[in-house]
Write a protein that binds this ligand. Structure first.
Ligand code: NAD
Length: 428
């Protein structure tokens, strides 16, 4: 029987929903297990650099509006900072801080030579024209130019940014440095230095870790019922690849609502409907369900692939899935993880489950610097090797310390970064 959730005060809830504090709590747990000394903890907990920029934009109606953008570089001990840029109305500095720290740990878990960074612009892309989005992207790039570069900080897409956004960033940077510099961003169109397989890479990583976790649980994909929250780059492609592996995808959602078919959705058809109508609503072979109810429906596997703070101390007891594969960054709060641990729910944590994207971003950066491009088969094979190895490393660490996969992923990641720090020494 599961425990009733403890009463939560307003300030506790605020803390729980602050992704940076949530990340710090997970960091502290792992640091304690590693017996990291106080000084090292202080170094690794804090972001190295934070930049806030004002972006004046002439709007289509002739008015001038000033947007706010952030770029946070959490850590670059293992290599250039790596991390996406998101455009959303609720972007804030603490969120970008947390996301940049997660990138440090994620790059370390998959053992690629990057540190962590993240960026964001406060805007609602649904209310902006393509020209306005281009202006915001170019001005943002120009404003953070001093800390960008293939050897310094290499952005990528995230929520509401895509290949087109990356093309504008690459062009703006290249115009400023007076030479085409493809390796300054990843997730670009293939025709301008993008990598084959990058668009699908995060979803492919989600599918691969799901497969590894299912093997450990002694389960097969057939008749395994999966709910996917979000149907963008991660959720949509993750759902498609899981569907092709034989899983039954019973529900998908987007920001407007969820659709359900207990017999399994025809995912390629759903994605075609989404492409044509820009929302899932109205897909004929499914029922509509409110977003607020979707993740609590009966299923075997839940893939939260939309946004942060979806599984919290308030609702973790209502989750029916026995396996959660985190496509999104930070969908489960630290407090909710404790409840899921007590209930014996296996969680493949974000910094492992969605690391496929950054892994192929690394491959893209390598290809750009070599000027020699790989086949999709090579990209996918190397991605699979990296993700399966990372899964096994995390699993072994979980056994060694007798902890959840989330704590194990932090332990592994922090230990690797701390080791580099010890080797390089304290500069100053
Ligand atoms: P996206 O913009 O392509 O898609 C987001 C999807 O979530 C859309 O379908 C949107 O409608 C939906 N959505 C938003 N709010 C929702 C809500 N409350 N309920 C249900 N659906 C909702 O973004 P993405 O690139 O797929 O990113 C999704 C998550 O994955 C983010 O947390 C992001 O940081 C993380 N992530 C992305 C990548 C990548 O390569 N794109 C890599 C690692 C992690």
């Amino acid at each position: 029987m599961s425990k009733a959730p403890a009463a939560v005060t307003a300030s506790q809830e605020l803390d729980e929903f602050n992704p940076f504090l949530s990340m710090a709590q997970l960091f502290d747990n792992a640091a304690r297990l590693l017996n990291l000394d106080e000084g090292m903890q202080e170094v690794l907990r804090r972001p190295d650099r934070e930049l806030t920029v004002s972006l004046p934009i002439v709007m289509d109606d002739g008015s001038t509006k000033v947007f706010t953008g952030y770029r946070v570089q959490h850590n670059f001990l293992r290599g250039p900072c790596k991390g996406g840029i998101r455009f959303a109305p609720d972007v804030n500095l603490d969120e970008v801080r947390a996301l940049s720290a997660w990138m440090t740990w994620k790059c370390s878990v998959v053992d690629i030579p990057f540190g962590g960074g993240k960026g964001g612009v406060i805007c609602d892309p649904r209310e902006l024209s393509k020209r306005e989005l281009e202006q915001i992207t170019r001005r943002y790039t120009a404003s953070i130019m001093d800390i960008l570069g293939p050897d310094r900080d290499v952005p990528a897409p995230d929520m509401n940014t895509d290949e087109q956004t990356m093309a504008w960033i690459m062009d703006t940077y290249s115009m400023h440095v007076r030479r085409t510099t493809t390796a300054v961003v990843t997730g670009k169109p293939i025709s301008i230095g993008g990598s084959r397989g990058r668009r699908e890479a995060t979803g492919r990583g989600v599918m691969l870790v799901c497969r590894e976790a299912m093997k450990r649980l002694g389960r097969r994909p057939e008749n395994t019922r999966v709910i996917v929250q979000g149907s963008g780059n991660v959720g949509g492609i993750g759902a498609l690849l899981l569907y092709r592996e034989g899983y039954k995808i019973i529900s998908l959602s987007d920001m407007y609502g969820a659709i359900v078919n207990e017999n399994g959705l025809d995912v390629p058809q759903v994605l075609e409907h989404l492409r044509q109508h820009r929302r899932l609503e109205g897909y004929p072979e499914a029922e509509s369900v409110a977003n607020a109810d979707q993740i609590f429906m009966d299923c075997d596997v839940l893939v939260p692939a939309a946004t942060e703070n979806q599984i919290t101390s308030r609702n973790a007891n209502r989750i029916k899935a026995r396996l959660i594969v985190e496509g999104a960054n930070g969908p489960t709060t630290a407090a909710a993880q404790e409840i899921l641990d007590e209930r014996g729910v296996t969680v493949v944590p974000d910094i492992l489950a969605n690391a496929g994207g950054v892994t192929v971003s690394y491959f893209e950066w390598v290809q750009d610097r070599m000027g020699y491009f790989w086949t999709e088969e090579i990209v996918n094979t190397r991605l699979e090797q990296a993700i399966v190895k990372a899964f096994n490393d995390v699993n072994d660490t979980a056994k060694k310390y007798d902890v959840s996969m989330r704590t194990a992923a932090y332990v592994l990641a922090i230990e690797r970064v701390a080791n580099v720090y010890r080797m390089r020494g304290v500069f100053g």
